[in-house]
Write a protein that binds this ligand. Structure first.
Ligand SMILES: NC(=O)c1ccc[n+]([C@@H]2O[C@H](COP(=O)([O-])OP(=O)(O)OC[C@H]3O[C@@H](n4cnc5c(N)ncnc54)[C@H](O)[C@@H]3O)[C@@H](O)[C@H]2O)c1
Length: 353
């Protein structure tokens, strides 16, 4: 690949992948295109520059901004309004224009340049009500799937690609699923080579965590900077569960997919940490306390937000069987790396996070 375009390339995932790709492919032209909408993405610009990644201030809502890149061979589509809460408290205009119309512009750019596409989709494509309707048992620190459920796509390994897709999933999830459908049609009609990774929670240093997106960093930062946090929803106990994946482990998968793109093209994979890398908020609090040496006031609100889910753990069987990939970074190490990064950049990050 001579030229690789990373849209959202100053964001958490985009900048991380762009830097790792450039390090592995020093002779490639790696371009990060980003409109810097996400607060803190600007902090990645010096890192990109130092590594030889080209930065282009651009917006995927504007086709001319994508044209300005020139020809490219591969696009990693990492730009988004990435919050599942987007649109709840006002207009969904930006969400739809970026996550849906923007995808269309990205697909058109790929078609024109005969470029391949890796699309960062989300576990949020799965509707929330059927997930809430699963049966859970409550242990001392978390909700766990009750045994013996006869629901397609659900097993002790987590939630697989065969989980039903009908029902509301948040507008964020809907824009991602709609984008996936467009990708399928571009593959069929124009021969676009594309891989879709439906990612669960991704985390790591340089994520600008906030209340509605990036909870691992939010938790670690609020512990380190001695601020408050609260357990929201599902009884306010902090027992809701997610699996988490270090962005570096996502890059390992990307390398395997790119090394054999024709085999993975047209595939949709659930990607995440899986059961071994799952944790509840209560368990995350314990890890954050350990890594920072701080205990902070913890509030609680029993009321569950619309669209929220008590549990999501990725069944990674399909992607593991197809690529041989598995994540390498444990939960404590992930939190430790985030805390180290927060400590090293505390003065700047306190203003942003
Ligand atoms: N972080 C996660 O836990 C997670 C999980 C599942 C899927 N994803 C997906 O991964 C991708 C990257 O997410 P992230 O966590 O890095 O988010 P992020 O907010 O850190 O990065 C997104 C970047 O896109 C940029 N952007 C927003 N609108 C744009 C536009 N119209 N034109 C150009 N750039 C624009 C932002 O400025 C930001 O730098 C997204 O597609 C997200 O939906 C992330």
């Amino acid at each position: 690949m001579e030229t690789i375009l990373v849209t959202g390339g100053a964001g958490f995932v985009g900048s991380s992948l762009a830097l790792l790709l450039k390090a592995d492919n020093p002779s490639a032209r790696v371009v990060s295109l980003d409109n810097l909408k996400r607060r803190g993405s600007e902090l990645n610009l010096p890192r990109l520059k130092a590594a030889g990644v080209e930065f282009l201030h651009g917006d995927i809502r504007v086709p001319a901004d994508l044209d300005a890149v020139g020809p490219f061979d591969l696009m990693l589509e990492c730009s988004a309004e990435p919050s599942a809460l987007a649109g709840f408290d006002g207009s969904p205009d930006y969400l739809l224009a970026t996550n849906l119309t923007g995808t269309m512009h990205c697909l058109e750019a790929c078609r024109r340049h005969k470029a391949a596409l890796v699309f960062l989709s989300t576990s949020r494509v799965y509707p929330w009500q059927p997930i809430r309707d699963l049966r859970f048992v409550e242990t001392a620190t978390r909700f766990e799937l009750a045994p013996g459920q006869n629901v397609a796509g659900v097993s002790p390994a987590g939630l697989s690609e065969s989980f039903a897709l009908s029902g509301p999933r948040t507008l964020y999830g809907a824009t991602k699923l709609a984008s996936e459908l467009l990708i399928t049609e571009y593959a069929d009609m124009y021969g676009l080579q594309a891989v879709v990774n439906r990612c669960a929670v991704l985390a790591g240093p340089w994520q600008m965590g906030k209340v509605d997106q990036g909870f691992m960093v939010l938790w670690a930062a609020n512990h380190l900077f001695n601020r408050k946090l609260a357990y929201l929803g599902f009884g306010g106990l902090g027992k809701q569960v997610r699996d988490v994946l270090h962005v570096r482990d996502l890059y390992d998968l990307l390398r395997l997919q790119l090394a054999n793109l024709s085999a993975h093209s047209g595939k949709v994979y659930n990607v995440g940490g899986g059961p071994d890398l799952s944790l509840s908020l209560l368990e995350l609090t314990a890890l954050a306390q350990e890594a920072t040496g701080q205990e902070i006031p913890m509030g609680s609100s029993a009321e569950t937000r619309s669209g929220d889910i008590p549990w999501y753990v990725t069944d990674t069987s399909a992607v593991q069987a197809a690529t041989g990939w598995s994540p390498r970074t444990g939960k404590a190490r992930l939190v430790g790396e985030i805390v180290d990064w927060l400590r090293e950049n505390a003065a700047t990050l306190k203003r942003i996070l």
